[in-house]
Design a protein around this ligand. Structure first.
Ligand SMILES: *[C@@H]1O[C@H](CO)[C@@H](O)[C@H](O)[C@H]1NC(C)=O
Ligand SMILES: *[C@@H]1O[C@H](CO)[C@@H](O)[C@H](O)[C@H]1NC(C)=O
Ligand SMILES: *[C@@H]1O[C@H](CO)[C@@H](O)[C@H](O)[C@H]1NC(C)=O
Ligand SMILES: *[C@@H]1O[C@H](CO)[C@@H](O)[C@H](O)[C@H]1NC(C)=O
Ligand SMILES: *[C@@H]1O[C@H](CO)[C@@H](O)[C@H](O)[C@H]1NC(C)=O
Length: 616
């Protein structure tokens, strides 16, 4: 990209009065997510694209949460070290659980290096193999850190089987500190307390970055950065006060010990470990294969983040790599929109437009917000659209191309003066991170580092903004890992390599060519660290993880790999079978079985968006 060109246009974009005829815009199609919310739950479900879930209570808006499957089980307090190894399964009964799934827990040592420290209770979800006897089990991690693995498996199990195959049980578990696993990260007394802590601060609003990068308003960014530092200092202190020593046990290395323990409990001492991890799940996957290189069976990591940097460098030094494909994703968003035209993409104004024109339209709007935020009196939580909020929202929306038509509509409405839908959508992320479960993982994993001065962070992020991507500052709030210098918990174990072990079996690495947050360079890096122990499959598509952009080719290679270890030929590149701005009724010439597989992959894509937004 040419950053200076892309950014130099500024100017005060006054919000146009909402008098455009928008009736020609396509009505918002009700999404699968909304169906799930209405049909399955019949209650208000917190999902980012479904109905927003505010209940008014006095002056403050309160978010409601779905009553997720907190099945009956003995109180955690009653377990002692004598119960370590206890496994209990029952049939799931939650509203999102697929038929035939089992829920359960396993009691494991809280601290693998100190048995007297007590126990942890890992929440489990299982979708059972169709073949009897099964070939074993595949652990599944959906990312985050923070996304619930138990519910992901029971909700998406039938869809995950599309590429994991019918021969394995699929076992999801909530990693340490997350969702139903105990102990859980509860730094704040309630989700609402953390939402209020963040309200109207940089943690919610993000950074307002001057569109004129020749003359960035560095003083303003420094003030914002100081505010971020102090808020993360405060939240770390709150965590320490409310959680105490237990925060030590949430790190990725400890989660690998749990996987090791569970694999033995479920499959015996000799059982090899099979694993599918997406996004942060690829970091867990890299820890897993390098901590237990002789125990590796079939492992797929999809949407690869660099575990070397994750463990050894502070957060603000990750983004140069993380964002190395983001501008490509953004360009794909704009050019796919242009290709679809005004009938299918609300941001296109004429047939045959150039993608660059559409991007300019969006950029002018966002840049305008730097000079004058936009009043949004009609939002669920009335307020304003700011540069920082909208930039962060756009970054997150680049992850899931299936949502792009909706995103284009929200932006088009805002550009024409009605910011209601855009603010409603952007605000949901505030509740997405409703406690500090993510920091409990990332700060445990991070090697201690010299606390950076605000100047160090701001100058690095400005440099990434100029040289790599305009979304650099947005990443701080989209992927909140800042403030580890204030985190006092020292994990019992912190794996930091080497990352180049020879493994008992080859693993499969899947990377998209234009992944906005886990770029292909990271996939290539991990592949190069494991020259005799991995194979890289490239999917030529935008989106975060292959799951977000269905491809029969990718799914079939993954299926073959799980079936008998067959790897794709070196240099394999798969194309996606969907277009982000889909023309309805477009059908590929597919066999019935391929069509069925593609339908399931599309369902999986939507389900993946749903689980990422579930919070407990
Ligand atoms: C789940 O339900 C099935 C069918 O009713 C039953 O056969 C099975 O034993 C149950 N499983 C558990 C773990 O309770
Ligand atoms: C092990 O855990 C117990 C209970 O928390 C604690 O009192 C003890 O100091 C720990 N031992 C070590 C070596 O950390
Ligand atoms: C950006 O800032 C530079 C340096 O202050 C200035 O010369 C230039 O005119 C500004 N550009 C715009 C578009 O405002
Ligand atoms: C703005 O958009 C929202 C839906 O996003 C709609 O309900 C509302 O009526 C619109 N406001 C105006 C003034 O048209
Ligand atoms: C693995 O990496 C370490 C340092 O990270 C290096 O010293 C070692 O030579 C590497 N081993 C192989 C087999 O490449």
């Amino acid at each position: 990209m040419e950053p200076d060109k892309a950014h130099s246009k500024s100017g005060d974009v006054e919000a146009v009065k909402f008098n455009e005829d928008v009736s020609t815009m396509r009505p918002r199609s009700s999404t699968q997510v909304r169906h799930i919310a209405i049909l399955l739950l019949g209650i208000v479900l917190l999902v980012s694209f479904g109905p927003s879930s505010f209940i008014r209570r006095g002056r403050s808006a309160v978010y409601s949460y779905p009553p997720i499957t907190r099945d009956v089980r003995p109180p955690f307090e009653s377990f002692t070290v004598a119960d370590i190894g206890t496994v209990h399964w029952w049939n799931c009964t939650g509203p999102l659980d697929s038929p035939g799934t089992e829920c359960g827990y396993i009691i494991v040592p809280l601290d693998y290096f100190n048995q007297s420290a007590g126990v942890a209770q890992i929440a489990l979800g299982k979708y059972k193999a169709k073949t009897v006897p099964s070939k074993g089990f595949v652990f599944f991690n959906p990312g985050g850190p923070g996304v619930p693995g138990k519910l992901s498996a029971t909700f998406m199990g039938p869809l995950l089987q599309t590429f994991i195959g019918p021969d394995y049980d699929i076992i999801g578990f909530d990693p340490r500190g997350i969702a139903e696993t105990l102990p859980k990260t509860e730094c704040f007394p309630s989700a609402q307390d953390y939402i209020e802590f963040k309200a109207h601060t940089v943690l919610e609003r993000g950074y307002d970055v001057s569109p004129n990068l020749t003359n960035p308003n560095r003083e303003h960014l420094l003030r914002t950065q100081r505010e971020l530092d102090v808020l993360t200092e405060a939240q770390s202190a709150i965590c320490k006060k409310n959680m105490g020593d237990i925060l030590r046990y949430m790190g990725t290395s400890t989660v690998v010990r749990d996987i090791d323990f569970m694999a033995t409990a479920f499959g015996g001492d000799d059982a090899l470990i099979n694993f599918y991890g997406a996004s942060y799940g690829t970091i867990l996957g890299q820890y897993l294969v390098n901590m237990l290189p002789d125990r590796i069976g079939r492992v797929v990591i999809d949407g690869v983040a660099d575990a070397v940097a994750w463990s050894s460098e502070p957060y603000y030094k990750w983004y140069r790599e993380w964002l190395s494909s983001t501008e490509d994703t953004y360009r794909a968003f704009a050019s796919e929109c242009a290709k679809a035209g005004p009938e299918y993409c609300a941001l296109a104004e004429a047939d045959g437009e150039d993608g660059a024109v559409i991007m300019r339209r969006v950029e002018d709007f966002i840049d305008g917000l730097y000079f004058r935020p936009m009043a949004v009196p009609g939002a669920d939580q009335p307020g304003m659209l700011t540069y920082g909020l909208v930039r962060r929202h756009l970054l997150e929306m680049l992850y899931a191309p299936s949502q792009w038509p909706r995103v284009a509509e929200d932006f088009a409405h805002a550009i024409h003066g009605n910011g209601t839908a855009l603010l409603n959508a952007a605000q949901l992320v505030t509740v997405y991170f409703n406690d500090l479960a993510r920091s409990a993982v990332s700060c445990s994993d991070n090697m201690p580092f010299t606390p950076p001065r605000p100047e160090d962070v701001v100058d690095e992020l400005l440099s990434v903004t100029k040289e790599v991507s305009r979304f650099a500052f947005a990443t701080v709030t989209a992927e909140p890992d800042a403030g580890c210098q204030y985190w006092s918990a020292e994990p019992p174990e912190r794996f930091d390599g080497p990352w180049n072990h020879t493994l008992s079996n080859r693993i499969l690495i899947v990377s998209n060519t234009a992944d906005p947050i886990t770029p292909i360079v990271s996939g290539r890096l991990v592949n190069s660290l494991l020259p005799h122990s991995s194979r890289l499959l490239v999917q030529d598509s935008p989106g975060h993880c292959s799951l977000n952009m269905p491809s029969l080719c990718t799914a079939k290679y993954m299926q073959a790999y799980f079936k008998d270890g067959t790897l794709p030929p070196e240099g394999t590149v798969c194309k996606p079978d969907v277009a982000p701005f889909e023309v309805p009724g477009r059908r590929l010439a597919l066999s019935d079985s391929d069509q069925e597989m593609l339908d399931k992959l599309r369902e999986l894509e939507r389900a993946f968006v749903t689980v990422k937004n579930l919070r407990y």
